[in-house]
Design a protein around this ligand. Structure first.
Ligand code: F0G
Length: 354
Protein backbone atom coordinates (compact mmCIF):
# COMPACT_ATOMS: atom_id res chain seq x y z
CA UNK A 1 0.00 0.00 0.00
CA UNK A 2 1.19 3.52 -0.75
CA UNK A 3 2.50 5.26 2.36
CA UNK A 4 -0.07 7.70 3.80
CA UNK A 5 1.62 9.36 6.77
CA UNK A 6 1.81 8.59 10.49
CA UNK A 7 -1.87 9.09 11.35
CA UNK A 8 -3.14 6.51 8.87
CA UNK A 9 -0.30 4.13 9.64
CA UNK A 10 -0.82 4.17 13.39
CA UNK A 11 -4.44 5.33 13.68
CA UNK A 12 -5.33 2.59 16.15
CA UNK A 13 -2.90 4.09 18.65
CA UNK A 14 -3.65 7.77 18.08
CA UNK A 15 -6.49 10.04 19.30
CA UNK A 16 -8.28 10.14 15.93
CA UNK A 17 -11.64 8.87 14.69
CA UNK A 18 -13.30 8.45 11.30
CA UNK A 19 -14.40 12.07 11.66
CA UNK A 20 -10.90 13.54 12.10
CA UNK A 21 -9.85 15.40 8.96
CA UNK A 22 -6.30 14.18 8.31
CA UNK A 23 -3.88 16.97 7.52
CA UNK A 24 -0.70 15.27 6.36
CA UNK A 25 2.41 15.98 4.32
CA UNK A 26 3.29 12.25 4.48
CA UNK A 27 5.59 12.69 7.44
CA UNK A 28 7.26 9.75 9.20
CA UNK A 29 8.56 6.48 7.72
CA UNK A 30 12.09 7.86 8.08
CA UNK A 31 15.12 5.61 7.56
CA UNK A 32 16.88 3.83 10.38
CA UNK A 33 20.43 3.74 9.05
CA UNK A 34 23.04 1.33 10.34
CA UNK A 35 26.14 3.39 11.09
CA UNK A 36 28.91 0.93 10.37
CA UNK A 37 31.59 3.58 9.75
CA UNK A 38 30.75 5.31 13.01
CA UNK A 39 30.88 1.98 14.84
CA UNK A 40 34.36 1.28 13.45
CA UNK A 41 35.57 4.83 14.24
CA UNK A 42 34.38 4.48 17.82
CA UNK A 43 35.79 0.97 18.11
CA UNK A 44 32.67 -0.60 19.63
CA UNK A 45 31.08 -3.94 18.83
CA UNK A 46 27.53 -2.71 19.41
CA UNK A 47 25.16 -2.09 16.52
CA UNK A 48 24.56 1.64 16.03
CA UNK A 49 21.50 2.88 14.17
CA UNK A 50 20.68 6.47 13.25
CA UNK A 51 17.02 7.50 12.88
CA UNK A 52 17.24 10.24 10.28
CA UNK A 53 14.34 12.50 11.22
CA UNK A 54 15.73 15.27 9.05
CA UNK A 55 14.01 13.50 6.15
CA UNK A 56 10.56 14.51 7.34
CA UNK A 57 8.72 16.93 4.99
CA UNK A 58 9.86 20.11 6.75
CA UNK A 59 13.20 18.63 7.77
CA UNK A 60 12.60 17.74 11.41
CA UNK A 61 10.76 15.34 13.73
CA UNK A 62 8.22 18.07 14.56
CA UNK A 63 6.09 17.01 11.58
CA UNK A 64 5.03 13.80 13.33
CA UNK A 65 3.45 15.80 16.12
CA UNK A 66 2.22 18.61 13.93
CA UNK A 67 0.11 16.35 11.69
CA UNK A 68 -1.86 15.23 14.77
CA UNK A 69 -1.99 18.67 16.45
CA UNK A 70 -3.18 20.45 13.30
CA UNK A 71 -5.64 17.69 12.33
CA UNK A 72 -7.19 17.88 15.80
CA UNK A 73 -7.25 21.69 15.67
CA UNK A 74 -9.20 21.53 12.40
CA UNK A 75 -11.53 18.88 13.84
CA UNK A 76 -12.21 21.18 16.79
CA UNK A 77 -13.07 24.06 14.46
CA UNK A 78 -9.98 26.22 15.05
CA UNK A 79 -9.11 28.98 12.63
CA UNK A 80 -5.64 29.84 13.93
CA UNK A 81 -2.64 28.19 15.57
CA UNK A 82 0.27 29.66 17.49
CA UNK A 83 3.62 28.39 18.71
CA UNK A 84 6.85 29.59 20.25
CA UNK A 85 9.88 28.12 18.62
CA UNK A 86 13.63 27.89 18.29
CA UNK A 87 12.81 27.32 14.61
CA UNK A 88 11.74 23.80 13.71
CA UNK A 89 8.33 23.88 15.38
CA UNK A 90 7.59 27.14 13.58
CA UNK A 91 8.64 25.70 10.21
CA UNK A 92 6.43 22.67 10.76
CA UNK A 93 3.46 24.60 12.15
CA UNK A 94 3.62 27.03 9.22
CA UNK A 95 3.64 24.22 6.64
CA UNK A 96 0.80 22.19 8.20
CA UNK A 97 -1.25 25.36 8.79
CA UNK A 98 -0.81 26.24 5.11
CA UNK A 99 -2.05 22.79 4.12
CA UNK A 100 -5.01 23.12 6.51
CA UNK A 101 -5.77 26.73 5.48
CA UNK A 102 -5.31 27.95 9.05
CA UNK A 103 -3.74 31.19 10.16
CA UNK A 104 -0.39 30.60 11.84
CA UNK A 105 1.48 32.89 14.23
CA UNK A 106 4.96 32.03 15.42
CA UNK A 107 6.93 33.66 18.21
CA UNK A 108 10.67 33.27 17.89
CA UNK A 109 13.58 34.56 19.98
CA UNK A 110 14.99 37.52 18.06
CA UNK A 111 18.22 36.75 16.21
CA UNK A 112 18.43 33.19 17.53
CA UNK A 113 16.77 31.08 14.84
CA UNK A 114 18.79 29.35 12.11
CA UNK A 115 18.32 30.75 8.61
CA UNK A 116 16.73 27.70 6.97
CA UNK A 117 14.02 27.48 9.62
CA UNK A 118 13.20 31.16 9.43
CA UNK A 119 12.91 30.97 5.65
CA UNK A 120 10.47 28.08 5.98
CA UNK A 121 8.13 29.84 8.41
CA UNK A 122 8.11 32.93 6.20
CA UNK A 123 7.57 31.25 2.86
CA UNK A 124 4.71 29.12 4.22
CA UNK A 125 2.99 32.36 5.10
CA UNK A 126 3.15 32.39 8.88
CA UNK A 127 3.08 35.64 10.76
CA UNK A 128 6.52 35.67 12.33
CA UNK A 129 7.01 37.77 15.45
CA UNK A 130 10.54 38.03 16.81
CA UNK A 131 10.42 38.47 20.57
CA UNK A 132 13.04 40.52 22.37
CA UNK A 133 13.73 37.66 24.71
CA UNK A 134 14.60 33.96 24.61
CA UNK A 135 12.57 30.85 23.77
CA UNK A 136 11.26 30.53 27.32
CA UNK A 137 9.84 34.07 27.18
CA UNK A 138 8.27 33.31 23.79
CA UNK A 139 6.64 30.11 25.08
CA UNK A 140 5.25 31.94 28.09
CA UNK A 141 3.61 34.48 25.76
CA UNK A 142 2.29 31.84 23.36
CA UNK A 143 0.64 30.03 26.28
CA UNK A 144 -0.96 33.24 27.50
CA UNK A 145 -2.29 34.14 24.06
CA UNK A 146 -3.78 30.67 23.59
CA UNK A 147 -5.42 30.90 27.04
CA UNK A 148 -6.99 34.29 26.33
CA UNK A 149 -7.83 34.10 22.61
CA UNK A 150 -9.31 31.49 20.26
CA UNK A 151 -5.93 30.32 18.99
CA UNK A 152 -4.71 26.74 19.40
CA UNK A 153 -1.25 26.27 20.89
CA UNK A 154 0.77 23.72 18.89
CA UNK A 155 3.85 23.50 21.09
CA UNK A 156 4.57 20.11 22.64
CA UNK A 157 2.54 20.99 25.75
CA UNK A 158 -0.35 20.26 23.38
CA UNK A 159 -0.77 16.50 24.10
CA UNK A 160 -1.56 15.79 20.44
CA UNK A 161 2.01 16.72 19.55
CA UNK A 162 3.36 14.06 21.91
CA UNK A 163 0.90 11.51 20.51
CA UNK A 164 2.18 12.08 16.99
CA UNK A 165 5.83 12.08 17.96
CA UNK A 166 5.58 8.75 19.78
CA UNK A 167 5.15 7.10 16.35
CA UNK A 168 8.91 7.36 15.84
CA UNK A 169 9.38 4.83 18.66
CA UNK A 170 6.84 2.55 16.95
CA UNK A 171 8.82 2.78 13.70
CA UNK A 172 12.07 1.88 15.44
CA UNK A 173 10.49 -1.21 17.01
CA UNK A 174 8.84 -2.13 13.69
CA UNK A 175 12.25 -1.89 11.95
CA UNK A 176 14.38 -3.70 14.52
CA UNK A 177 11.73 -6.19 15.66
CA UNK A 178 12.35 -4.95 19.21
CA UNK A 179 13.28 -1.79 21.08
CA UNK A 180 17.00 -0.97 21.26
CA UNK A 181 18.99 -1.34 24.49
CA UNK A 182 19.96 2.35 24.46
CA UNK A 183 18.17 5.34 22.94
CA UNK A 184 20.27 8.52 22.54
CA UNK A 185 18.67 11.89 21.80
CA UNK A 186 18.97 15.65 22.31
CA UNK A 187 16.78 17.29 24.95
CA UNK A 188 15.48 20.84 24.64
CA UNK A 189 11.92 21.55 25.71
CA UNK A 190 11.78 17.82 26.56
CA UNK A 191 8.67 16.97 24.54
CA UNK A 192 10.43 14.48 22.31
CA UNK A 193 12.00 12.38 25.08
CA UNK A 194 8.53 12.30 26.67
CA UNK A 195 7.04 11.13 23.36
CA UNK A 196 9.59 8.37 22.70
CA UNK A 197 9.30 6.97 26.21
CA UNK A 198 5.49 6.95 25.89
CA UNK A 199 5.81 5.25 22.50
CA UNK A 200 8.13 2.49 23.70
CA UNK A 201 5.97 1.76 26.75
CA UNK A 202 2.72 1.73 24.79
CA UNK A 203 4.06 -0.54 22.06
CA UNK A 204 5.34 -2.96 24.67
CA UNK A 205 1.87 -3.09 26.17
CA UNK A 206 0.16 -3.48 22.80
CA UNK A 207 2.35 -6.47 21.93
CA UNK A 208 2.53 -8.04 25.39
CA UNK A 209 0.36 -11.05 24.54
CA UNK A 210 2.36 -11.84 21.39
CA UNK A 211 5.96 -11.12 22.42
CA UNK A 212 7.88 -9.41 25.15
CA UNK A 213 9.52 -6.22 23.89
CA UNK A 214 12.49 -4.58 25.57
CA UNK A 215 12.42 -1.05 26.97
CA UNK A 216 15.49 1.04 26.17
CA UNK A 217 17.50 3.15 28.56
CA UNK A 218 16.69 6.74 27.62
CA UNK A 219 19.92 8.69 27.18
CA UNK A 220 19.10 12.41 26.84
CA UNK A 221 21.64 15.17 26.20
CA UNK A 222 21.43 18.88 26.84
CA UNK A 223 23.99 21.43 25.70
CA UNK A 224 26.40 22.41 28.46
CA UNK A 225 25.28 26.07 28.55
CA UNK A 226 21.58 25.15 28.37
CA UNK A 227 21.24 22.22 30.74
CA UNK A 228 18.55 23.05 33.30
CA UNK A 229 17.54 19.42 33.93
CA UNK A 230 21.14 18.38 34.58
CA UNK A 231 21.85 21.40 36.79
CA UNK A 232 18.55 21.04 38.64
CA UNK A 233 17.38 24.62 38.12
CA UNK A 234 16.18 26.85 35.24
CA UNK A 235 18.90 28.65 33.28
CA UNK A 236 18.10 32.34 32.80
CA UNK A 237 20.39 32.91 29.84
CA UNK A 238 20.87 29.59 28.07
CA UNK A 239 23.81 29.50 25.68
CA UNK A 240 24.86 27.03 22.99
CA UNK A 241 25.61 27.01 19.29
CA UNK A 242 22.85 24.39 18.98
CA UNK A 243 20.09 27.02 18.78
CA UNK A 244 17.32 24.39 18.54
CA UNK A 245 17.97 23.32 22.13
CA UNK A 246 18.86 26.72 23.59
CA UNK A 247 16.17 26.39 26.26
CA UNK A 248 16.45 27.28 29.94
CA UNK A 249 13.17 26.06 31.39
CA UNK A 250 11.77 23.03 29.54
CA UNK A 251 7.99 22.62 29.55
CA UNK A 252 8.17 18.83 29.94
CA UNK A 253 10.91 18.87 32.59
CA UNK A 254 9.15 16.42 34.98
CA UNK A 255 8.24 13.98 32.21
CA UNK A 256 11.84 13.94 31.01
CA UNK A 257 13.01 13.07 34.51
CA UNK A 258 10.39 10.30 34.66
CA UNK A 259 11.63 8.88 31.34
CA UNK A 260 15.19 8.97 32.63
CA UNK A 261 14.38 7.36 35.98
CA UNK A 262 11.86 4.75 34.83
CA UNK A 263 14.19 3.61 32.04
CA UNK A 264 17.33 3.68 34.24
CA UNK A 265 18.84 6.08 31.74
CA UNK A 266 20.59 9.42 32.05
CA UNK A 267 20.18 13.07 31.17
CA UNK A 268 23.64 14.52 30.80
CA UNK A 269 25.49 17.37 29.13
CA UNK A 270 27.61 17.65 26.02
CA UNK A 271 29.75 20.71 25.29
CA UNK A 272 29.48 22.75 22.12
CA UNK A 273 32.90 21.38 21.19
CA UNK A 274 31.63 17.81 21.52
CA UNK A 275 28.51 18.71 19.52
CA UNK A 276 30.60 20.13 16.68
CA UNK A 277 32.91 17.11 16.73
CA UNK A 278 29.90 14.79 16.34
CA UNK A 279 28.38 17.10 13.70
CA UNK A 280 31.53 16.84 11.59
CA UNK A 281 31.86 13.12 12.21
CA UNK A 282 28.32 12.40 11.04
CA UNK A 283 28.73 14.37 7.84
CA UNK A 284 32.23 13.15 6.99
CA UNK A 285 32.07 9.53 8.17
CA UNK A 286 28.42 8.64 7.59
CA UNK A 287 27.43 11.11 4.85
CA UNK A 288 24.62 12.45 7.03
CA UNK A 289 24.17 16.19 7.32
CA UNK A 290 22.29 17.13 10.47
CA UNK A 291 21.82 20.35 12.36
CA UNK A 292 24.02 20.93 15.44
CA UNK A 293 21.29 20.10 18.01
CA UNK A 294 20.78 16.72 16.35
CA UNK A 295 24.47 15.92 16.70
CA UNK A 296 24.02 16.14 20.49
CA UNK A 297 22.72 12.56 20.48
CA UNK A 298 25.88 11.24 18.79
CA UNK A 299 28.05 13.54 20.93
CA UNK A 300 26.46 11.83 23.92
CA UNK A 301 27.18 8.41 22.45
CA UNK A 302 30.83 9.31 21.82
CA UNK A 303 31.13 10.61 25.38
CA UNK A 304 29.68 7.42 26.87
CA UNK A 305 31.79 5.14 24.66
CA UNK A 306 34.90 7.02 25.80
CA UNK A 307 33.83 6.63 29.42
CA UNK A 308 33.60 2.87 28.91
CA UNK A 309 29.88 2.88 29.67
CA UNK A 310 29.03 -0.10 27.43
CA UNK A 311 30.24 -3.37 28.89
CA UNK A 312 28.67 -5.68 26.33
CA UNK A 313 27.50 -5.67 22.75
CA UNK A 314 24.20 -3.78 22.55
CA UNK A 315 21.78 -2.20 20.13
CA UNK A 316 21.99 1.57 20.14
CA UNK A 317 19.70 4.05 18.36
CA UNK A 318 20.60 7.73 18.04
CA UNK A 319 17.95 10.18 16.89
CA UNK A 320 19.05 12.72 14.28
CA UNK A 321 16.26 15.21 14.87
CA UNK A 322 16.76 17.80 12.12
CA UNK A 323 18.39 18.28 8.71
CA UNK A 324 21.72 20.03 8.29
CA UNK A 325 20.35 22.43 5.69
CA UNK A 326 18.35 24.08 8.46
CA UNK A 327 21.51 25.83 9.64
CA UNK A 328 23.83 26.35 6.66
CA UNK A 329 25.74 29.15 8.41
CA UNK A 330 27.12 26.74 10.99
CA UNK A 331 28.27 24.25 8.35
CA UNK A 332 30.10 26.95 6.45
CA UNK A 333 31.73 28.18 9.67
CA UNK A 334 33.12 24.80 10.68
CA UNK A 335 33.85 23.17 7.32
CA UNK A 336 36.77 23.54 4.91
CA UNK A 337 36.82 26.80 3.00
CA UNK A 338 36.08 27.40 -0.66
CA UNK A 339 39.23 28.16 -2.66
CA UNK A 340 38.97 30.59 -5.56
CA UNK A 341 41.08 29.70 -8.60
CA UNK A 342 41.75 31.16 -12.04
CA UNK A 343 39.62 29.65 -14.79
CA UNK A 344 42.47 27.75 -16.45
CA UNK A 345 43.51 24.13 -16.50
CA UNK A 346 46.91 24.63 -14.88
CA UNK A 347 45.54 26.54 -11.89
CA UNK A 348 42.83 23.97 -11.24
CA UNK A 349 45.26 21.05 -11.63
CA UNK A 350 47.68 22.79 -9.27
CA UNK A 351 44.98 23.22 -6.66
CA UNK A 352 44.17 19.53 -7.03
CA UNK A 353 47.85 18.73 -6.45
CA UNK A 354 47.95 16.75 -9.68
N1 F0G B 1 16.44 18.72 17.96
C1 F0G B 1 15.93 19.66 17.18
C2 F0G B 1 16.43 19.76 15.78
C3 F0G B 1 14.92 20.53 17.67
O1 F0G B 1 14.41 21.46 16.87
C4 F0G B 1 14.48 20.38 19.00
C5 F0G B 1 13.48 21.28 19.55
C6 F0G B 1 15.06 19.36 19.78
C7 F0G B 1 16.04 18.55 19.22
C8 F0G B 1 14.66 19.12 21.18
O2 F0G B 1 13.41 18.53 21.24
O3 F0G B 1 12.28 20.28 22.58
O4 F0G B 1 11.25 18.04 22.26
O5 F0G B 1 13.27 18.31 23.69
N2 F0G B 1 13.01 22.27 18.96
C9 F0G B 1 11.90 23.09 19.43
C10 F0G B 1 11.47 24.10 18.37
C11 F0G B 1 12.06 23.66 20.77
O6 F0G B 1 10.92 25.14 18.71
O7 F0G B 1 11.65 23.82 17.19
P1 F0G B 1 12.49 18.79 22.52
Amino acid sequence: MVYQGVIRRYKNYLPVTEKTPIITLLEGDTPLIEAENLRVSLGVDSKIYLKYEGLNPTGSFKDRGMTVAVSKAVEEGASAVICASTGNTSASAAAYAAKAKLKCVVLIPEGAVALGKLSQALIHGAEVLAIKGNFDDALHLAREISNKYPVVLVNSINPHRIEGQKTAAFEIVDSLGDAPDYHFMPVGNAGNITAYWKGYREYRKIFQEKRKLKLPRMMGFQAEGAAPIVRGHPIKKPRTIATAIRIGNPASWKKAEEARDESKGVIDIVSDKEIIEAYRMLSSVEGLFVEPASAASVAGLVKYVRQGYFSQSSTIVCILTGHGLKDPDRAIKVARKVRVVKADLKSVANQMRL
